[in-house]
Design a protein around this ligand. Sequence first.
Ligand SMILES: Cc1cc2nc3c(=O)[nH]c(=O)nc-3n(C[C@H](O)[C@H](O)[C@H](O)COP(=O)(O)OP(=O)(O)OC[C@H]3O[C@@H](n4cnc5c(N)ncnc54)[C@H](O)[C@@H]3O)c2cc1C
Length: 334
Amino acid sequence: MGKDHGAVWVLAEQIDCHLQSVSLQLIGRARKLADQLGSSVEAILLGDNIDRQAGQLIAAGADRVYLGHAPELEFYQPELYTEIVVNLAAEHQPEIMLIGSTDMGRELAPLVAARLKTGLTAHCIDLVLDKNMILEQRIPAYGGLLSIVCPEKRPQMATVAKGVFPTPEPDEARTGETITIDVPDRLPGRIKTLEIIREEPQGVPLETASTIVAGGAGAGDRDGWHDVAELAATLKAALGSTRPAVDEGWTELETMIGQSGKMVSPEVYIGVGLSGEQQHMVGIVGARIMIAINSDEKSPIFDQVDYGIVDDCREFLPVLIKKIKEYQEKQVTC
Ligand SMILES: Cc1cc2nc3c(=O)[nH]c(=O)nc-3n(C[C@H](O)[C@H](O)[C@H](O)COP(=O)(O)OP(=O)(O)OC[C@H]3O[C@@H](n4cnc5c(N)ncnc54)[C@H](O)[C@@H]3O)c2cc1C
C-alpha cells in the first residue's frame, strides 16, 4: 500500500449489532480517496458479537478492520471509545479519519480530534482531494461551497451525514484483514452507558417518506406550527423543519433537514414559511417536486422550487387543510 500517505480510516458504528448505513457510505467514499492516494481503507468497529459486521465493511471496500469486541462495548461508551480510537490512531497514523454525523459521531469526533490535536470539519457534504492530495472538506457556507483543509495536522478529520454519499454495492468476493484489538477490561472515566431506551418513532420517518412538509420560522409560533404539522398529518407526509423551528422548541431536532440535520429525497417536498437557506436546501437535493409557501414574493426559496404560493401560511394553511380533508372525504364516500 501507499508509502507516502497513511490509510483512510472510517470509524464505523453499530447499534444493536446493525451496522449504520452511513458507515458503509463512508467506506465507499474512503475507497475512492484511498485509491487516489495509493493508500488503504481501514475501519474501526467496536461492539459485542460483531464479526459478521466486519465482513460487511470489507465487502463494502475496507482492506482492514480493527475489531474491538467486548461486552462493555455493546453500547457506545464515550470515554472508552475515545481511548481506543486515540491509541490506535497514535499507533497507525492514519491520513484521514471519517465519522458519520450520528449521535455517536457528533460526540466522538470532537473528543478524538481534541486528543489528537488535529482539526475537524463537521457535517461535510463532499470530500475530495486537491492537487496536493490534501482533503478538501466541503460545507455549504456564504451562499456557496466552502472547502476547509487541514494541511499540517493528521489525521484530517470530517463528519458526514447519512445519505450524502451512496451506499456501495457489497462485493462478497472481496477479501480483507480483520485485526482484533485489545480492549481495556475496565471502563475509564466517569461516564458509563448502562442501557439505551429508545423513543418510539412518531409519524412517518423522514428518511423514507415520499412526501415531506417542512416548516420554518415563518410559522410564527406554536399555533402556526400546529398548522404545519396538521398539513403533514393530513397528507400522510413526514414532518420536517428548519433550524429556527427546532430552536423555538416547536419541534424535535430529529425533524431538522439540512447540513446538520437529515438528508432526504422525497417525491414531493412542501416548504412552508422558510427562506431556502443553503444549509437547509442541501438536505433536499434529492427531492423530485418542490413546492413553497411563503408570504414574501422575493424570498429566495421561490428561485429553487417548481411551484410557489405567495401567501401568509397562517391564513393559507387552515384553508388548504380544510380543502384537502373535504377532498379526502369525497374520495372515501364515492
Ligand atoms: C453551520 C450551520 C449549519 C446549519 N445547518 C442547518 C440545517 O441543517 N438545517 C436548517 O434548516 N438550517 C441550518 N442552519 C441554519 C440556516 O442557515 C438558516 O438560518 C435556516 O435554515 C433558516 O430557517 P428558515 O428558513 O426557517 O428561517 P428564515 O431564514 O428566517 O426564513 C423565514 C421565512 O419565512 C417567511 N415568512 C415569514 N412569515 C411568514 C408567513 N406568515 N407565511 C409564510 N411565510 C412567512 C419569510 O419570508 C422567510 O422567507 C445552519 C446554519 C449554520 C451556520
